[in-house]
Ligand binder design. Structure first.
Ligand code: MG
Length: 341
């Protein structure tokens, strides 16, 4: 059984002759999360990292192991191999057409029920301990929109010189429109520095027509075990709902290109088509334009988002208020019948 009373692990990483501090980890966190922290410290992408002394039964541990399974020593200095140049060079020469995304079409019932209490405890821990830096205050009566960054708003792997080239088309129009009805939160499975940098690069943090309420990074995520798919790191909306009781599943929607990220609240998540190969798809991708309309329609016509099925967002038809207006107009237009003699 999992032990909820886990003591934090203090680790550091040694790479290219230098030592880097990384944030404290809980033993229930996964190797995947550790690699993200190392990326934040060193800039070496997780898929490039070889963690030489992070092992399970003598072999280099794969991403799905939790740190407790590996019995890491306290204050372990992780020896890492991995190259920045190699990654950059490869991105320049190799197109990513055949990149396979391991997205799992997870349904609600596939979250292990017996673990729900453990997950709720983890969420409560994030509610209690995760520090949010407010950029803008919540506005009364607004709904909540939570957005992923990579492949949702931004193609983070394409080779491009400017933020504009990497940005998903209609991004600012989309955020401007959404801001009328929603408070907006950005949640990315990277570190806060990267999120701030990306938002600056895209011109989101300084835009005049909308404001972001706050950013959440990978430290607000939790690790969950599923019988079918093993250990994954996810974004539970309960972390936000616990801190801001005015938001709930009734008025919250989350966009992510990876469905497993909203496994803890599948009905509140909308899986957006990933935006990849920005340089090829700039003129074709209209996803954010269409989603603006959906967000507006549900904000104006749906009192309870729990009743929506976001898998069918493209087929959503708001109940027409204009129907009434239409029939009224018809009645007015019809010529009065001649009075009977
Ligand atoms: Mg993404």
């Amino acid at each position: 059984m999992c032990d909820i009373n886990d003591n934090p692990l203090k680790l550091s990483v040694k790479w290219n002759g230098k030592e880097y501090e990384i944030p404290e980890f809980s033993p229930s966190d996964s190797v995947a999360m550790l690699k993200i922290a190392i990326e934040n410290a060193t800039g070496v992408r997780p898929e490039r990292q070889k963690l030489l002394n992070v092992k399970f039964q003598g072999k280099v541990a794969t991403d799905n192991f939790t740190l407790s399974e590996l019995n890491l020593k306290p204050n372990l200095k992780i020896m890492m191999m991995g190259s920045l140049e190699e990654a950059i060079e490869e991105a320049r020469t190799k197109p990513e057409v055949d990149e396979v995304v391991n997205d799992l079409d997870i349904e609600e019932e596939e979250v292990d029920v017996e673990n729900q209490e453990i997950y709720l405890a983890k969420i409560n821990k994030r509610v209690r301990d995760y520090k949010i830096t407010m950029l803008n205050e919540p506005r009364p009566g607004k709904k909540l929109l939570v957005l992923d960054i990579d492949y949702t708003l931004f193609d983070h792997r394409s080779v491009a010189e400017t933020g504009y080239e990497l940005m998903r088309p209609f991004l600012h129009e989309f955020l401007t429109s959404a801001y009328e009805d929603y408070d907006i939160v950005i949640w990315s499975a990277t570190g806060m520095k990267w999120i701030e940098e990306k938002m600056r690069l895209l011109g989101v943090s300084t835009h005049q027509d909308y404001k972001i309420m706050f950013y959440l990074d990978y430290l607000a995520m939790i690790t969950v075990h599923t019988a079918k798919y093993g250990t994954i790191d996810v974004k539970p909306l309960g972390v936000i709902w616990g801190k801001f009781p005015q938001y709930s599943s009734k008025n919250t929607i989350m966009f992510d290109d990876i469905r497993r990220n909203f496994i803890m609240n599948p009905r509140s998540g909308l899986k957006i088509r990933p935006f990849r190969q920005a340089h090829l798809n700039r003129d074709r991708d209209q996803e954010l334009l269409h989603l603006s309309t959906y967000l507006r329609d549900i904000a104006h016509h749906c009192q309870d988002f729990d009743t929506l099925n976001h898998k069918k967002w493209e087929k959503y038809k708001p109940e027409k208020k204009s129907q009434q207006a239409g029939s009224k107009r018809k009645a007015e237009d019809s010529t009065p019948s001649t009075p009977k003699e």
